[in-house]
Design a protein around this ligand. Sequence first.
Ligand code: CTP
Length: 406
Amino acid sequence: MNIVVGVTGGIAAYKTVHLVRLLTKAGHEVTVIPTEDALRFVGLPTWEAISRHPVTTSVHDDVARVRHVALGQAAELMIVAPATANTIAKMTAGLADDLLGTTLLATTAPVVIAPAMHTEMWQHPATQANIQTLRERGIHVVGPAEGELAGGDTGAGRMSEPEEIAAEALRFVGGSRDLEGLRVVVSAGGTREPIDPVRFLGNRSSGRQGVALAAEAAARGAEVELVAAHIGTDVLAAARHPNIHVQNAGTAAELSSVMKDAAANADVLIMAAAVADYRPAEAATQKLTKESGRLASIELVENEDIVAALAAARADGNAPDGQVIVAFAAETLRDAGERRERARRKRERKGVDLLAVNLADAEHGFERAENAVEIIGAEGVVVASAEGSKREVAAAIWDAVAALRG
Ligand code: CTP
C-alpha cells in the first residue's frame, strides 16, 4: 500500500521514525512529508534513510510532477504523527501553506492522525472543537494516550505508541479490499415507538455491532449506507469514514421506508438494528397522565417484519442480482443446540441468506464491547462462529458474506 506519513513539529517525531520503519517492514511504500518544524526534531536524512524515498517539505520541489497533488492522489492511506495542536487547527481550516497541507487537501484516501501535545492544549475547547470537526469529516483519531509528557508532567496528550498507530491505521483502511465496489446497507441501533410526546417503547441496542459492521465494510472497500436508529454520537464516531453515509431512522416504520429505498441498489443488506416487534396502536399527541387512566395498559399492534419484507422483495425480483441479506437474532437461551434450532427456523421464516445469532447475556451482546455469534447459512449449516470485539465479529460476518458472493 502507498502510505504518506506526515510528521509535524513535536518531540514525539522521534517515535514516528519507528512508525515509518514498522510500515516499511510490513511491505508498504512510505513517503514521509515533514513540516519545517518537524525537521527541528528529526532531520531530513533520517526520514530519507528510513523511508528510502526522497523527502521534501516544500511544494516548490519537483514541480514538474506536481508533487503536492501527485502524492495525495497516489496515497492509499495518510497518517499524521505526531499531529500538533497547530497542525490539527490548520487541517480543520483547510490551510495549505506547505507540502503536507496541500497533500492533505489533495487526497481522497483515509486519513489517520495521532495527536501529541500538552494536556492543557489537548483539552482546550479550540482543539477539542477542531478534533470534533475532523472526526465528522471521517478522519480517524488515534490517542492521545495518558502518560509522561515532554515537560516532565503527566496527563492526556502523549502520542500513542507506533505499534498502536500502525495497527489502528491499517485496521481503519482494512487489510483486504475484498468488498471493493460493493454497495452495502447496514441498519443499526434500536427503534423507538412513540407512546406519547415524551415516552416510547425501546430496547437496549447501542448500535455498536452495526457500526462495527459499517466500519469494517468501508475499510474493506465497500460503499456503505448506515441506517442509524438512535445511536449515541460516541458510538457513531467509529463510523466516520469517507465511504460511510449515515441516514437516521427513528421508528420501525421509518426504518422500513429507508431500508426499502436503499435496498433497491444494494448488493448486501445487513439488518443489525433491533426493531420493535410491536408499536402502540396510537401515539397520543398530548402527554398521557396517570389521571387519564390511559397509561396502565397500552394497546399494541404488530410492526412489519422489515427484513422478511426485504427478502420477499428480492424473491419477487425487485433487487440487484446476487443480493445477499443478513439478519440478526438475539438469544438468551444458554443451550447452544436449542439456540441453533431456533435460529434455523428463524432464518427459513425470514427468507434470509445468513442469520447471525448472538448470545445476549450479561457478558455478551447489548451495550457491551464484546460479542459472540454463530452464523447460520443455507440448510441451517453453521458457516462460521466468532467471539471477541464487535469489530472482530463484524469481520467474520463480512467473510461469510464474501464467501457467499464467491
Ligand atoms: N427485524 C425486522 N423487522 C422487525 C423485527 C425484526 O427486520 N419488525 C429483524 C432484525 O433487524 C433482526 C431480526 O429481524 O435482523 C431479528 O428477528 P426477530 O424476529 O425480531 O427475532 P428476535 O429479536 O430474536 O426475537 P423473537 O425470536 O422473539 O421474535
